[in-house]
Design a protein around this ligand. Structure first.
Ligand code: IPM
Ligand code: MG
Length: 364
């Protein structure tokens, strides 16, 4: 049976980078790996069509497929909308209702791009870390929340809240990943100022007893941010909460040279087929300033599809092929505009990059 994949291109550069992923998917189709692909709207695009950033039918479809691949959501056009229908709410609903609690954000520095990082080559060359971000709880979803009036002034409220079981399941995902990698896990919170951080540290330590081979360490998240910039190669897997993970993963992404390179996988509990419920998306946003101009880098989205091949479709070798093809085109000197910096070369367009990656796949 063909693997089912729901594609949600979304807003801004989402549709144009997704068009390049389609080329990769079609190429695999000619090699005996057919995917049953359907496409739908999310974010501002869904709001424009239906008045909601995620239609119930789309939500239902997302629950049924083997994997969801999302482009990006948001844009200045939607800034005026009420909070409850902002494009981001569509993405957050998908994460929450699919219960995608473990968000894997790899930050890998491709050798061809090591000089492009804002940090020195020796600090980032060979960097290969993964941030496991808790994705369905914490301050993003905690109650009470809102803007209330108290003593004649407005008060903005959000609540950081974690149950033991929420911490335990994401910790377990991180330990499992660490077991498949270098058996090193660093947990980050702020146990020095937050009770939720104290509990986080206790539960992670407890789960760690089931993984005696994994060297577990703990760091306050602010110190972690500093260490990520100072010497990121000290880390292998990092596990942290929803908000700290949001911040730390953007910082980690920039170490590698460009946000346009990094994929992510958001994984939930196993489905009937034994594979986790999953949504894949680039770490970058909708980049409205360059949308529709052929300037976007499709690599993050293509690598997100590679993660889908590995985690949802059990096609690890095919995932590696895609990653190798990306490495090849970068080593050949191909650069989209985001990767040019001082190099003084002329950029290739989004679709030229996609074509080159497919050509590299075919040549391998
Ligand atoms: C991310 C983004 C999202 C988040 C936004 C778009 C809701 O920044 O995936 O990192 O804050 O989680
Ligand atoms: Mg973010």
């Amino acid at each position: 049976m063909a693997h089912s994949l729901l594609i949600l291109p979304g807003d801004g550069i989402g549709p144009e980078v997704m068009a390049e992923v389609r080329k990769v998917i079609d190429w695999f189709g000619t090699k005996g790996h057919a995917f049953d692909v359907s496409e739908d709207l999310v974010g501002g695009a869904a709001y424009d069509a239906h008045g909601t950033p995620l239609h119930d039918d789309t939500m239902a479809k997302a629950q049924e497929v083997d994997a969801v691949l999302l482009g990006a959501v948001g844009g200045p056009k939607y800034d005026v909308l009420d909070f409850s229908v902002k494009p981001e709410r569509g993405l957050l609903r998908l994460r929450k209702e699919m219960d995608l609690f473990a968000n894997l954000r790899p930050a890998q520095c491709f050798d061809a791009l090591a000089d492009f990082s804002s940090l020195k080559r020796e600090v980032v060359a060979g960097l290969d870390i993964v941030i496991v971000r808790e994705l369905t709880s914490g301050i993003y979803f905690g109650e009470p929340r809102g803007i209330i009036t108290e003593n004649n002034e407005r008060v903005g409220i959000n609540t950081q809240r974690y149950t033991e079981s929420e911490i335990e399941r994401v910790a377990r995902s991180a330990f499992e990943l660490a077991m498949k990698r270098n058996r090193k896990l660093c947990s980050m919170e702020k146990a020095n100022v937050m009770e939720s951080g104290i509990l986080w540290r206790e539960v992670v330590t407890e789960v760690g007893k089931d993984y005696p081979e994994v060297a577990l360490s703990h760091m306050y998240a602010d110190a972690g941010a500093m260490q990520l910039c100072r010497w990121p190669k000290q880390f292998d897997v990092i596990v942290t909460d929803n908000l700290f993970g949001d911040l730390l993963s953007d910082a980690a992404a920039m170490l590698t040279g460009s946000l346009g390179m990094l994929p992510s996988a958001s994984l939930g509990a196993p489905m009937a087929n034994g594979r986790p419920k999953a949504l894949y998306e680039p770490v970058h946003g909708s980049a409205p300033d360059i949308a529709g101009q052929g300037k976007a880098n499709p690599i993050a989205c293509i690598l997100s599809f590679a993660m889908a091949l590995r985690y949802s479709f059990d096609l690890g070798d095919e995932a590696t092929r895609v990653e190798k093809a990306v490495e090849t085109v970068l080593a050949d000197g191909l650069r989209t505009a985001d990767l040019l910096g001082e190099e003084g070369k002329s950029p290739v367009s989004t679709s030229e990059m996609g074509d080159a990656i497919v050509a590299a796949l075919a040549a391998a």
